[in-house]
Design a protein around this ligand. Structure first.
Ligand SMILES: Cc1cc2nc3c(=O)[nH]c(=O)nc-3n(C[C@H](O)[C@H](O)[C@H](O)COP(=O)(O)OP(=O)(O)OC[C@H]3O[C@@H](n4cnc5c(N)ncnc54)[C@H](O)[C@@H]3O)c2cc1C
Ligand code: FES
Length: 282
């Protein structure tokens, strides 16, 4: 069993969970993920490891409460023990001295790109961090990013901070950087990954995206995370999750992510109704 030490909503709908997971904490590297279950008969879901403390044996994940299992995890009290934390899984993000690297994160990807930005900075790169959200009240970890970034740029859809709009503004950000950008790394929702890759393509900048297809075992056995990159079949859990965004078959990925939409919506409605019913009886 794995003890949940902390569960805090850091901005609306996004939770920071700190878990005791010694084996993961001792080995995890930037860009890797774990597979968790919230309860004994629950489903397995993948979450990126956004930070860790090797001495304390703890890991931190940033969780977007979007459906049944993320909702269950978000509602757990500190002190609860959860049955499964498997990892670290996937390949670490490639960390080399590239020159100037633009790290783009949105939603839970703001958390998961943090250790990548930190490792790139430690390796001697110039790090430009771009964080994107619907509104400025959804930004988190800005202080932490300041410590590892040479420059921080923000994009908000409502224009409350930084550039107004969405990831399409990346084009102007690249143009106005005043220097060559040697690599772009993007973490977050599939729209951000896809659109970010489209925007960077004409600039010819290598763009690495951390893909998030549906996963079950996370070890290459079930095949559910299959995707096409270039003309090759890949499994995101063992070949990725990082891939060249200019090579990904985005249409296939988006289609496969919708495979279980019905099955995802029905338990969500049921669990939220049960919760509402329980609260109304209390
Ligand atoms: C490598 C990887 C790293 C991820 N890192 C994070 C993270 O750090 N923080 C975070 O909040 N989310 C992360 N995700 C996404 C997260 O796994 C899904 O949001 C979660 O599984 C949704 O489960 P649910 O039951 O709450 O929602 P559901 O209602 O079941 O699904 C909501 C959405 O999540 C997708 N999804 C459902 N089940 C899975 C699954 N087993 N694997 C992947 N996607 C699924 C669905 O396609 C749907 O779009 C990551 C996904 C991958 C593949
Ligand atoms: S999650 Fe099963 S093969 Fe990748």
């Amino acid at each position: 069993m794995f003890k949940l030490l902390e569960n805090r909503m850091i901005v609306p709908n996004i939770h920071l969970l700190t878990l005791e997971a010694k084996a993961v904490a001792s080995q995890v590297r930037p860009g890797q993920f774990v597979i968790l279950r919230a309860e004994e008969d629950g489903e397995r879901i993948p979450l990126s490891v956004s930070d860790w403390d090797r001495d304390e044996g703890t890991i931190t994940v940033i969780l977007l409460n979007i459906g049944t299992t993320t909702g269950k995890l978000a509602s757990l009290a500190a002190g609860t023990e959860i049955p499964t934390v498997v990892g670290p899984l996937g390949n670490p993000t490639e960390i080399e001295k590239f020159g100037t690297v633009l790290c783009l994160g949105g939603c839970y990807g703001i958390g998961s790109i943090f250790p990548i930005a930190r490792a790139l900075k430690e390796k001697g790169n110039k790090v430009i961090t771009v964080i994107e959200a619907r509104s400025s009240y959804l930004f988190y970890w800005e202080e932490r990013f300041r410590e590892v970034s040479d420059k921080i740029i923000q994009i908000t859809r409502d224009g409350t901070r930084g550039y107004r709009g969405h990831v399409g503004r990346l084009s102007e950000i690249i143009q106005s950087a005043g220097e060559q950008i040697d690599r772009i790394i993007i973490n977050g929702c599939t729209f951000l990954l896809k659109r970010g890759s489209e925007v960077s393509r004409p600039f010819g900048i290598k763009t690495i995206v951390s893909l998030n297809p549906i996963m079950i075992d996370g070890t290459g056995m079930c095949g559910v995370c299959r995707l096409t990159v270039g003309s090759a079949t890949k499994f995101a859990c063992v070949d990725g999750p990082d891939f060249d965004g200019h090579q990904v078959d985005w249409a296939e990925l988006l289609q496969r992510r919708k495979t279980y939409l019905q099955e995802e919506v029905i338990p969500l409605r049921t669990s939220r109704c049960e919760e509402h019913f329980r609260k109304s009886k209390e």
